[in-house]
Design a protein around this ligand. Structure first.
Ligand SMILES: [Zn+2]
Ligand SMILES: [Zn+2]
Length: 200
């Protein structure tokens, strides 16, 4: 990670006054010589609508005192974030700041939730598909019991008495079973699976 990336990662903490004093000093040193990061900081400030003005590259005289105060208060990230939200609620954000805030929120939300929901979802679809196949196998068994042990030529023959409708695989959102259903020449055996590729 280069100096600018490191700096930008810490900028939200700077705006929310949630950094340690030595971290702030290090950031300040980088900011005073980097116009790119100064611009990022300015945009963040608009986003968070922080009430306090923080001049870069000339820090106000009370900077050190305020850092020490913030450190002494030991503001947690969450408290600082809530504080910023409260401040935000007092302002009417400009459309651009509002947009940036919404996008930032969506990104954070996605970053935190995407991996877990994705895993849950695919686990759910694979389990749902297995359940569908169990329903089909049980309907086929019922059918064979009523037909001298012979299975139907097509899953459609189950409709009505044995099955309301052929289920839909949650992975592909189509009936991915009918095409795989095959019955032996003497109709005493069958094979059944799902056409769609299930992620592990
Ligand atoms: Zn920089
Ligand atoms: Zn499936």
């Amino acid at each position: 990670m280069n100096a600018c990336e490191e700096c930008r990662e810490q900028l939200p903490g700077l705006v929310l006054q949630a950094l340690e004093a030595d971290e702030v000093e290090k950031l300040q040193a980088h900011l005073s010589g980097c116009s790119g990061c100064q611009e990022s900081l300015a945009e963040l400030r608009v986003t968070f609508q922080a009430a306090d003005a923080w001049q870069v590259p000339d820090p106000p005289a009370d900077l050190r005192a305020r850092i020490q105060l913030a450190a002494a208060r030991r503001v947690s990230w969450w408290q600082a974030f809530k504080l910023a939200l409260d401040r935000l609620a007092c302002y009417r954000p400009t459309p651009r700041a509002g947009l940036v805030g919404v996008l930032l929120g969506i990104c954070l939300f996605g970053l935190v939730l995407y991996p877990t929901t994705r895993r849950y979802y695919s686990g759910g679809t694979a389990a749902g598909c297995r359940n569908n196949q169990n329903i089909l196998r049980s309907a086929l068994a019922d059918y064979a019991r009523d037909h001298q042990g012979r299975y139907p030529a097509s899953l459609d023959d189950l409709h009505g008495k044995y099955l309301q409708a052929t289920p839909i695989c949650p992975e592909s959102a189509i009936d991915s079973y009918s095409a795989t259903y095959q019955v032996s020449p003497r109709a005493d055996r069958y094979t059944l699976s799902c056409q769609s590729e299930h992620r592990p």
